[in-house]
Design a protein around this ligand. Structure first.
Ligand SMILES: *[C@@H]1O[C@H](CO)[C@@H](O)[C@H](O)[C@H]1NC(C)=O
Ligand SMILES: *[C@@H]1O[C@H](CO)[C@@H](O)[C@H](O)[C@H]1NC(C)=O
Ligand SMILES: *[C@@H]1O[C@H](CO)[C@@H](O)[C@H](O)[C@H]1NC(C)=O
Ligand SMILES: *[C@@H]1O[C@H](CO)[C@@H](O)[C@H](O)[C@H]1NC(C)=O
Ligand SMILES: *[C@@H]1O[C@H](CO)[C@@H](O)[C@H](O)[C@H]1NC(C)=O
Ligand SMILES: *[C@@H]1O[C@H](CO)[C@@H](O)[C@H](O)[C@H]1NC(C)=O
Length: 406
């Protein structure tokens, strides 16, 4: 396995790829007291005697409540004092704990937010605007899904704004493209592949590092070179910051004047970063209808918009959210339309939210807005059918869950 990283400032070779959430913490104890107590008692009643749940429940009374809540916040935007806090946090270790949580939540009409790992850019798993609790699955280990792609080479391109050191003009900025790749093979063969299909990048053997697959994951996570694979077992994030993410799909190559326009706008905006993840390969051979995930053939690349900022504060966040939205607006002519498609795992509440109210028709209409953008029309319809059979009461819901047929 060979990995490569290569930096190129504003280069024509870019074109190659382009062809390509009672808070009881503060809430008055009097109105929440009863529910709290009763809910906790229910959990104990409904759990198996040999699999007790009591030691796995964190209420605002437990000294570690805040720590447990904050430990798996992966976006500091949702670590503000104004962010609504859960009634309690349940950290199951057994399936039976999950079952009793669902039964008691239904009985007491409490919203359940399920928190796991991975991308949760909008805090959907631990933020809510009505009383809720968190079912936090951090005691469960999740399976790794092997990459079954046939194609041996994956090149990700990251475009950001950096200081321009090639000029004496003060504060001059320029665009940097970083090519970050994974190749399933040795560096000899990679060099030959690159020489044939992407010679403009000028890849040299010294740019490549051979390693096994697990080591490549360490590399991808941006740990320093030589970090042992065991580092992957750490639950402490490398970087914790405030962030916003959005996504798009590229279906046809961006014209050169379009690329120039976007580069110019990025230099104006400065902070938002674009990442192009090429599709094709095995992805392109699977029908969009085969599974819920529809973005397959016909997509050149998935684009991620990424804005990170260190400062706390809701107003500061508004500023950076605005920058991200501006770049997203500038990209409109170049990306998928009718519908403009997005990647569910890069959760983005800007594209529509569900209020999950009493009016089922309204819920369905709201759900269709984001549903079609994440899953396309046909897959969304099928997901609604399944949801209507499996969860007619809409127990499992969040800001962008699949709605029930009215
Ligand atoms: C929290 O502590 C108070 C005071 O000890 C107690 O009355 C209340 O029942 C506790 N709440 C929960 C949910 O355990
Ligand atoms: C939280 O506090 C309650 C009451 O003191 C206790 O029964 C429970 O085990 C504590 N939870 C944890 C996770 O320590
Ligand atoms: C989240 O907020 C709390 C309370 O303001 C603070 O103590 C904690 O350090 C914050 N977490 C991080 C990772 O900044
Ligand atoms: C870029 O330049 C600014 C001043 O224009 C400076 O404050 C900043 O530290 C520089 N960044 C890097 C990464 O050199
Ligand atoms: C690429 O292939 C050409 C033709 O086979 C060869 O002349 C050239 O040296 C190769 N370049 C590299 C960097 O390997
Ligand atoms: C960003 O903020 C400016 C100035 O307040 C406003 O005019 C503009 O509409 C905002 N843009 C977006 C995309 O929200």
């Amino acid at each position: 396995m060979a990995m490569m990283r290569n930096y190129i400032i504003f280069l024509a070779s870019l074109l190659c790829l382009t062809n390509l959430f009672l808070a009881s913490s503060a809430a008055s104890a009097s109105d929440t007291f009863g529910v709290h107590e009763a809910f906790v008692q229910c959990l104990s009643r409904k759990s198996l005697p040999n699999e007790p749940i009591s030691g796995l429940i964190y209420t605002p009374n437990n000294s570690s409540f805040s720590t447990v809540l904050q430990t798996y916040i992966r976006n500091l935007r949702f670590n503000e004092t104004t962010t609504r806090k859960p009634y309690l946090i349940i950290t199951p270790t057994k399936i039976s704990h999950i079952q009793s949580s669902i039964l008691c939540a239904k009985q007491y009409g409490l919203l359940m937010k399920i928190r796991s790992g991975g991308h949760d850019y909008e805090g959907v798993s631990y933020v809510a605007d009505s009383p809720f609790f968190i079912l936090d699955l951090f005691n469960f280990r999740w399976q790794e899904i092997a990459d079954k792609l046939d194609d041996d080479l994956f090149i990700r391109m990251i475009i950001d704004v950096v200081n321009d050191t090639s000029t004496t003009v003060t504060n001059a900025k320029t665009i940097r493209s970083t090519f970050f790749a994974l190749f399933l093979g040795d560096s000899e063969r990679l060099l030959s592949v690159m020489n044939k299909s992407f010679p403009e990048l000028g890849l040299k053997k010294s740019d490549c590092t051979e390693m096994n697959w697990a080591e490549s994951v360490v590399y991808y996570t941006s740990f320093p070179a030589g970090t042992p694979v065991e580092a992957l077992l750490s639950r402490i994030p490398q970087v914790l910051t405030h962030l916003k993410r959005k996504s798009d799909y590229l279906k046809k190559p961006m014209p050169i004047d379009g690329i120039e326009f976007i580069f110019k706008k990025m230099i104006e905006l400065q902070t938002p970063v674009l990442t192009f993840n090429p599709y094709g390969g095995k992805m392109a051979e699977i029908s969009p209808l085969a599974k819920p995930f529809p973005h397959r053939a016909g997509n050149i690349a998935k684009i991620q918009y990424a804005t990170n900022w260190p400062e706390n504060g809701v107003q500061t966040a508004e500023h950076y959210l605005n920058l991200t939205k501006q770049l997203f607006a500038y990209m409109t002519p170049y990306v998928s339309k009718n519908p403009r498609e997005h990647f569910l795992n890069y959760r983005d509440l800007d594209i529509g939210i569900n209020h999950n109210g009493k009016n089922k028709i309204k819920n369905y209409r709201e759900g269709r807005v984001y549903g079609v953008q994440y899953f396309l029309q046909e897959n969304f319809k099928r997901l609604v059918k399944v949801k209507t059979v499996v969860d007619p009461d809409n127990f499992f819901r969040n800001e962008q869950s699949i709605p029930v047929f009215p």
